[in-house]
Design a protein around this ligand. Structure first.
Ligand code: HEC
Length: 254
């Protein structure tokens, strides 16, 4: 793993800053309070501005390359969120200067390994939400629909860290289903270099597609294509009903 340096340094200095402020705030009580209390909001003196925090059109290919590299720092959710948010911090600054993207690492493995929403999509949602607010949900909805329908990965890294042969359309936004179908097809384990590179490339693809749609939105040309899942089915759901329910897909009470 390479390139952790900068982010780690930022993290450390932020932590030191918060701990420092905590010391000032609690003064003599310092010896009796735990470390966790020292890093809680003691340092916050103003409330953050309401979202959205703004967007500048980004280069999808450049964003994809950043996401691929960032996967190897902190995995999928961080990879996609940081690939977009770090660039917006450079281009817009403002409140983005105070958004620690490391807070979103937790999305890895479909949320700390539980195989729920693919972390790349969680990362996309975090970015679209800060960039576009409620409209960002429409972008995310189309990104999720595209993810299930598309043979992934597409992205070809300039310097691949592993060679992979297979692509698959997951038909589901669930990490478990998506990575499971691909692992079976490629014949590799979760711990393999191939699986890691597949997920890093999928992060690149999701970052690419998210920025492509955000750019359309910025140009005033974005129309959501996928409808509301819950309105369509009468229950919150993924599209691959029969993969879980077999031939007896239950009808929800309307
Ligand atoms: C990832 C697996 C999965 C997928 C995909 C899925 N379901 Fe389910 N669904 C479940 C499980 C598990 C339950 C809870 C078990 C049960 O009661 O049958 C459930 C419950 C339900 C229920 C409520 C229970 C009932 O019997 O009325 C309905 C309705 C339902 N699913 C409809 C759908 C429809 C329609 C789709 C596709 C649009 C779908 N499901 C996709 C796994 C899934």
């Amino acid at each position: 793993m390479s390139g952790c340096g900068q982010d780690q340094k930022k993290g450390v200095s932020r932590r030191e800053m918060l701990i420092g402020a905590g010391k000032v705030a609690v003064g003599a009580a310092i010896l009796s309070v735990g470390a966790a209390e020292l890093v809680t909001p003691a340092a916050a003196t103003t409330t953050p501005p309401p979202t959205p925090w703004g967007y500048r059109k980004l280069d999808p290919a450049k964003t994809a390359a950043i996401a691929y590299e960032n996967w190897y720092k902190n995995y999928c959710c961080y990879a996609v969120a940081s690939s977009i948010i770090d660039q917006l911090r450079e281009q817009i600054g403002g409140p983005y200067n105070n958004l620690p993207v490391e807070a979103f690492i937790f999305g890895h493995g479909g949320t700390v390994g539980w195989g729920t929403l693919c972390g790349t999509l969680m990362g996309a949602g975090i970015a679209t939400s800060f960039a576009a607010g409620k409209k960002g949900e429409e972008v995310l909805n189309d990104v999720i629909a595209w993810y299930g329908d598309t043979q992934l990965p597409i992205f070809m890294p300039a310097n691949p860290k592993a060679t992979i042969k297979q692509v698959n359309a997951s038909d589901s936004p669930l990490c478990h289903v998506s990575v499971g179908k691909w692992m079976k097809k490629e014949g590799v384990s979760l711990a393999s270099a191939e699986r890691k590179d597949r997920c890093a490339r999928v992060a690149a693809d999701v970052a690419f597609h998210t920025v492509t749609l955000l750019n359309k939105w910025a140009d005033g040309n974005f129309e959501m294509e996928n409808g509301s899942q819950s309105k369509e089915y009468g229950i919150t759901a993924q599209n691959n009903c029969m993969e879980c329910h077999g031939d007896n897909v239950p009808s929800p009470k309307i």
